[in-house]
Design a protein around this ligand. Structure first.
Ligand SMILES: [Zn+2]
Length: 404
């Protein structure tokens, strides 16, 4: 089963906009109430008995059950029966607020993310509808709960064989959007490894390097836009809070954020498609392992954008029939891709791989990408060819071999 998410701009009329704005403000107290309930429960239990403060006792009975998603859902259902304010909003959508809360807690336990936060007015930005009616897409309109048919800007068609599974309506700085989760309803055959193989190494000094010797530099707009963003943020912070100018400045910041996201994504899509040209397999590193394997501990070294890129790459590969797999990256920068000997750890300042054994010389990130492709090929059971015969020099893209 393959899922993908497409985003479209919505053109809500005034009535529709009012309904959804209201629903956003209805889901906010649901979130805050559910969070308070969970927080209180944990606090009442995390207090060691001998240091328990006499001033702030929690009056939660010792046998009170832990607030789970199911329990909170039940409580919501009965609250809805008495509260007309809650009744006005879509019930499944409100349950999804509780679902999101559950997820936030799970990721707090499992990945050490922070405690979920209470939401101030205007901070609730999305409505998730887990189900839509039959045939929700009609031409360039989508049928959404509570508001009926809404015009969408069909920036791209919904691909054949996909059905809409759920919809998330998001309020952004530039307007309202819908994120449609599409699911492939036909059996999608797995892609088997075939053809030319390409290894890629995402990094810091370049955006990425390929085993074919191509080095993709970090796009210049990354830096320029970040600088612009910083100066806008500074300007916004100097405005009087709540004033008209403050609001305007913050809107500018939000718009630029959105622009940066879009520009970055556009770059990712184009790059992913280009990498797929003429190859049958792509191997990349598993980023979760990469950080510790290379001793990159700072958050900035590999930001979330690299993960987003690999996600897009995976999807583009699938769509174009290219086999995609991730390999464990430990040691890929320490072995010679040509003869396979261990060359030892390189300092980050050493930009060239120069093998003392066989004399193979290339850019260090290209060498890492070549080690990745070798590892990937070994894992899928293809014969591993030495660089001279196989990895370079066969496909047209590798003819401009590394200049080092
Ligand atoms: Zn060597």
């Amino acid at each position: 089963m393959f899922n993908l998410t497409y985003s479209y701009r919505l053109q809500l009329n005034r009535q529709q906009e009012q309904t959804y704005s209201e629903w956003l403000e209805t889901s906010r107290p649901v979130w805050n109430f559910a969070l308070a309930e969970r927080k209180d429960w944990y606090r009442s239990r995390s207090c060691p008995i001998n240091t328990c403060s006499l001033h702030s006792e929690y009056i939660i009975p010792a046998d009170a059950p832990r607030p789970t998603f199911a329990r909170q859902c039940k409580a919501l259902t009965s609250a809805r029966q008495q509260n007309p304010f809650l009744q006005r909003a879509h019930s499944q959508m409100l349950q999804q607020v509780l679902r999101r809360m559950e997820k936030a807690f799970v990721s707090m336990w499992e990945s050490g993310h922070g405690f979920p936060r209470f939401k101030k007015p205007g901070r609730m930005r999305s409505l998730l509808f887990p189900q839509l009616g039959k045939d929700p897409i009609q031409g360039n309109r989508v049928k959404l709960p509570g508001v009926g048919l809404v015009k969408m800007r069909m920036s791209r068609p919904i691909p054949d064989g996909f059905v809409v599974k759920q919809a998330q309506v998001v309020k952004k700085a530039s307007g309202w959007y819908v994120l449609l989760t599409l699911q492939c309803d036909v059996d999608c055959p797995d892609i088997i490894p075939h053809g030319e193989a390409l290894g890629i190494d995402v990094g810091l000094s370049h955006y990425l390097a390929t085993s074919a010797g191509e080095i993709v530099p970090r796009p210049r707009f990354f830096g320029t836009l970040q600088r612009q963003l910083r100066s806008l943020q500074q300007r916004a912070s100097r405005k009087k809070k709540g004033s008209n100018n403050w609001r305007k400045a913050h809107l500018k910041v939000a718009r630029l954020h959105e622009h940066i996201r879009n520009t970055r994504r556009d770059f990712f899509w184009k790059l992913a498609h280009r990498l797929c040209d003429g190859v049958g397999m792509i191997f990349a590193e598993n980023l979760n392992f990469k950080a510790w394997a290379r001793g990159m501990f700072s958050k900035h070294t590999l930001d979330a954008a690299h993960g987003e890129f690999l996600h897009i790459l995976k999807w583009v590969c699938w769509k174009r029939g290219v086999f995609y797999a991730e390999v464990k990256p430990d040691g890929t920068s320490q072995t010679c891709p040509n003869c396979g000997i261990h060359t030892g750890k390189k300092e980050l300042s050493v930009r060239v791989h120069d093998c003392p054994e066989c004399g193979y010389r290339t850019d260090r990130d290209v060498a890492a990408a070549q080690a990745i492709v070798k590892r990937g090929l070994a894992a899928v059971g293809h014969t591993v060819k030495m660089l001279g015969e196989g990895l370079s020099g066969r496909s047209p893209r590798t003819q401009e071999s590394p200049s080092l």
